[in-house]
Design a protein around this ligand. Sequence first.
Ligand code: FPP
Length: 245
Amino acid sequence: MMAIFKKEKSQPLIVPQHIAIIMDGNGRWAKKRGLPRTAGHKKGANNFRTISDYMNKIGVKYMTFYAFSTENWKRSKEEVETIMNLFKDYLIEAEQRLLETDMRMIFIGDRSVLRPDLIELMNRIEAASKDNTGAIVNMAINYGGRQEIATACKKIAQKVKAGEIEPEDITEDMISASIYTANQPDPDLIIRPSCEFRLSNFLIWQSAYSEFWFDNVLWPDFTTRDLDRAIHDFSNRQRRFGGVK
Ligand code: FPP
């Protein structure tokens, strides 16, 4: 983690290495304005661009955004389609900007059931950005933490079945290396705006020692100032990871 600027004379602000965000509150933002829920998602998608660019600028090395969960299919067809179309707009734009931003994009979740046009773009972007050295952006699409762990278990069970390892060889590190975020540090800070105080199946394995930051602001209204506030609070936390300090 890196210290960016002085908060007070002696206490530097610490920019977390990995920040994860649950982009919540799009529907309420729209409702408050008498707009359709889809208008909230549009604004939310634009805000994702603003906040991810800002995080890249201030030196966040890993970021994870929850865009669509395995449970979000329960929403109306129109809403799901709008989110997928906004996602596609972003993918098209991201593909063009990969060289300029130098960011590496990784899509976490089960993409196999998504529209073929999306899958093709996601595969292409991941391959084209795999050697980029800038921030890593994980986009969680059709993602569920339990699904992620179950998938990892299947991979490991296959290794046992093939005789490559014994059940006793299974370690926490092996599980970490078998989930979507393999080779990445766990999130230091998880942000959830919109006054909901739960993880909703997001990064449940990776969040064992994450710091949480909750706030009333709705995601479309979440600004770089709010992110600064979260980082400020994070800098004042004492992380002990189960030890004593
Ligand atoms: C949660 O708010 C938001 C979602 C389930 C969808 C998030 C999707 C986007 C921001 C657009 C995806 C595209 C890109 C480029 C990231 P909610 O709808 O649950 O809000 P509510 O709780 O107020 O109803």
